[in-house]
Each structure stands twice: as C-alpha cells, then as structure tokens.
Design a protein around this ligand. Structure first.
Ligand SMILES: [Cu+2]
Length: 329
C-alpha cells in the first residue's frame, strides 16, 4: 500500500467526530446509490509521474473494486427522494459525502464537523429541488480530501416534458434541449500533498495545506497537458447541427478562466439555477465549486481547442493550463 492515507488512527486525530447513526425520518427512496472509499487509486500523468488518488467507489459495480477518478457520477431527477449510502470501513478512517449545492437537513449535509464523519455506514437522504449541475465531495479534512480526488459529478435532470419527443434531454424544465453532453471538472493537483496522512493538519501542526503549489492541471481526471485533448472522457466529437451541453465544474481551488477556441458559449444556468436570461460568453472566469451550464451550437465544422487557465489568487497570473478539444464534423 503506497497511500499516505494509511497513517494515524481516528483516536489520535483532532476535530473528527466518528459516527453513523440511523438516518432521521428515513423513507423509501426513489433511487439509491452506494459508495465506498478507496485511498489507493492513482493517476498517471503525461510525463509518467504516478500520483496517489483517493475517491469513492460504486459498491453496486464489481463490489467497488474499481478506482474511478473522478468518483462515479450521481445522476437523479428533480424531486426524487435519493439515498446515498456511504460505507467507511475501519481501515479507511472517516469520510463524508457532501452533495454540494443540494440543501438537505443538516444530518444529511455531510459536513463532518457539523454532524459526524462517517465510520461505518450512513445513508444520506436528500431530495433535489432544482435541475442542474452539481458535484459531491468528501467534507472530512476537506482541503486535503477534496484535493486528493474525493469528488464526482452530481447531475439533476428535469422531469421529462410529456410534450417532448421521447428521449429529449433538457438542462432544466423549459430550458434548452441538447444532443451531446460533456462534463468538464477542472482541477489542479499539488503532487506534494499526495503523500500526506488522511488527518494531516487536523491537530494544528503545519502540514503545508495553506500553500497550494499545484504542478498538474486536469480535466475530469485526465491530464490537461496533452491527454485531455483526445481522451474520449473529456474531448467532444459532435456533428454540425447538434447542440452541445458542457457542464463546467470548477473543481479546484485556484480561480479559473476557460475559453472555447473561438466558439461562443450560451450560459443558461449556474450553480443549479437557470439564469434569468442566457448570456453569450467567449470565456468564463470561475472560482472554486462554481458550475456553469454552457450550450454550444457551432455553425461551422472545425477543431476548437478549449483552454482552462488556473490563476494566482492575488496576481491573476496564469499558474497552469489544461486543454481539451471540441471537434465538429
Ligand atoms: Cu475523505
């Protein structure tokens, strides 16, 4: 086991509150997800460096043996009662799931120091009220655990419109329809953090978590130096005449600026809420945890290189870049 997550025990950590009580007011859900924990995943960067990744497994698939990064998408429909079961065995310490942008009861919000850090199995019960793009992440020793990779997309679809042709996909009820969908979770990695213990800094020592010196820049778990230009998990191939929805998630800590290689985005929603009026933008400046739903209707075939710049908080200087591509044929 190479993971730096295997360091100290829960009893020696500070400001963690292990627990897994029964879910208050639990009812039969409309849809369920089951998540486990891994702390021995990895990502191989374009320069060959292998970096340890932590994340959530899908326990419904092959007993959670896979090590997906980002963590498996949670996709639900507006108004559904959702259960997300999180199982944390003793050798994985404590973690939570915070469904970012959803507004459940505090017991189900997954903020460790407000409720508890899951040790055992807890079922988060929640009900999304607004279609849109969200993400979920661990909220135990958050600065570290989220940076280590403990996040995944959370998508809330609208209830299908009975007047639409079957299979029509919309961003929100009454919103634009789309044919092709991409999720771009743009994030930086500070590889020096990826050997730290799971509880680094919780007892007041200086673990260096106040200094983010990222050396890699990724899109949806793929190195943005080169791989994300062509990796099918990120790069978009579409036909002229189709409508593309990009769910852009600022999943890192640095401010970001994304540009679309000459294409213009029509931003129709942000942070899980429709905009009063769509806004045409050739670049978007985003800060941590913001989400933008961007519609593209290219009018010419071509290859459009998308660039995400990661910016210094103070100077605004570009600290790193990730790239992907939209190919219209
Ligand atoms: Cu965690």
């Amino acid at each position: 086991m190479s993971s730096g997550g295997m360091c100290g025990g829960v009893a020696n950590a500070c400001y963690v509150y292990p627990g897994a009580p029964a879910t208050p007011g639990i009812v039969t859900p409309d849809i369920s997800f089951s998540r486990g924990i891994y702390m021995d995943g990895s990502i191989t960067m374009d320069d060959g460096k292998v970096i340890t990744i932590w994340g959530f497994t899908d326990l419904a698939v092959n007993n959670g043996m896979a090590r997906p990064f980002p963590s498996p998408t949670i996709r639900v429909t507006e108004g559904q009662i959702v259960h997300t079961s999180l199982a944390v065995p003793g050798d994985m310490w404590v973690h939570t799931i915070h469904h970012h942008g959803i507004e459940p009861a505090w017991q189900n919000d997954g903020v460790g120091h407000i409720s508890w850090d899951v040790q055992g199995t807890y079922i988060y019960q929640w009900r999304p009220q607004h279609a849109g793009t969200y993400f979920y992440h661990c909220h135990t020793n958050t600065v570290l655990h989220a940076e280590m990779g403990m996040y995944g997309a959370l998508i809330v679809d609208p209830v299908p419109d009975p007047n639409d042709p079957p299979g029509t996909k919309r961003v929100f009820a009454g919103g634009p329809a789309y044919d092709v969908e991409a999720v771009w979770a743009c994030d930086e990695i500070a590889s020096s953090w990826h050997t730290l213990c799971w509880d680094a800094g919780t007892c007041g020592g200086d673990a260096g978590l106040n200094r983010l010196e990222a050396d890699y820049f990724i899109i949806t778990g793929v190195d943005g130096a080169k791989s994300a230009l062509t990796d099918p998990r990120v790069a978009v191939n579409m036909s002229l005449g189709q409508t593309l929805l990009v769910r852009y998630i600022a999943a890192g800590y640095y401010p970001q600026r994304i540009t679309f290689g000459g294409l213009t985005a029509t931003v129709v929603a942000s942070d899980g809420r429709p905009l009063p009026n769509p806004v045409s933008m050739t670049s978007i400046h985003a800060v941590a945890a913001e989400r933008y739903d961007c519609i593209f209707t290219p009018t010419a075939t071509g290859v459009y290189d998308v660039t995400v710049e990661f910016l210094d908080w103070v100077t605004g200087n570009t600290l790193g870049t990730a790239r992907t591509r939209i190919t219209v044929s």
